[in-house]
Design a protein around this ligand. Structure first.
Ligand SMILES: C[S@@+](CC[C@H](N)C(=O)[O-])C[C@H]1O[C@@H](n2cnc3c(N)ncnc32)[C@H](O)[C@@H]1O
Length: 233
């Protein structure tokens, strides 16, 4: 392992805003902070918003700066990437920003019912051949339902037309209300102060001239979710 990575891993241990549960802490078992993020971490009742697969945490940190009345938690499995976000949040003493190093597969063990208001998914791998790994697939949405408030909002920002179109089809099939759909946020002039926050991967795609898409939908909790047929995509 590179020296830089080791240094970052060591520094990660010192960040109070970074939580790194062991496998045994979250494997089919409630994490000690499940249902306690408001009281034990943020010490307020403000809404909690997640960023899944946050990488270096650009969205989590920048939203934390812009919206001090909301709490943000970025989740990723890669410690060396999380280091960047956790370091910025620590240096700037952002009280409303936290990170969790964990596989998103274990997310239902991290948060309690109604504990989270919204989810951002930023430049996730589209997982074209693996429905069960796709972060907007029905398996993951069933997990999110366990802790999202009723009609909690999911934001998807991506370079992948496949992931965008799949998620639109999935939402329509399941009667999940789509509140916004845009296939080129910069070209259409839609990128406001929130949508123009750029992640590391986004910068790369923009430099290659790829259009960035955005989708929001409400995750209602009453119907069992079904996957779209592959042929329909
Ligand atoms: C393509 S990168 C995007 C990173 C960041 N959102 C950006 O736009 O720069 C996808 C990120 O998701 C993380 N990731 C993918 N699958 C994951 C999983 N099952 N659990 C936790 N993190 C995951 C990866 O470690 C990686 O940092």
């Amino acid at each position: 392992m590179g020296k830089d990575k080791l240094k970052r891993f060591a520094e990660n241990e010192s960040f109070k805003c970074l939580f790194q549960p062991d496998f045994d802490d979250v494997f089919r078992k409630d994490y000690m902070l499940k249902g306690r993020w408001h009281s034990d971490v943020f010490k307020n009742d403000n809404p909690i918003v997640l960023e899944l697969g946050c990488g270096r945490g650009e969205y989590t940190v920048e939203m934390g700066r812009k919206y001090p009345e909301i709490n943000f938690i970025g989740i990723d499995i890669k410690g060396a990437r999380l280091w960047r976000g956790a370091k910025s949040a620590t240096e700037e003493s952002l009280p409303n920003v936290a990170f969790v190093r964990c596989r998103i597969e274990f997310i239902e063990w991290l948060f309690g019912p109604g504990e989270v208001s919204e989810i951002w998914i930023t430049f996730a791998d589209p997982q074209i051949n693996r429905d069960n790994k796709r972060l907007t697939g029905t398996l993951f949405l069933e997990r999110y339902r366990k802790f999202l408030i009723p009609d909690g909002i999911i934001h998807l920002k991506t370079d992948s037309l496949y992931l965008h179109n799949y998620t639109v089809a999935m939402a329509k099939l399941n009667h999940l209300e789509i509140t916004e759909e845009n296939k080129d946020i910069y070209g259409s002039g839609r990128a406001d102060e929130l949508l123009s926050i750029k992640t590391h991967y986004e910068e790369n795609y923009l430099s290659m001239g790829v259009a960035i898409t955005y989708l929001t939908f409400k995750l209602s909790s009453y119907n069992k979710l079904i996957e779209p047929e592959k042929d329909s995509l």
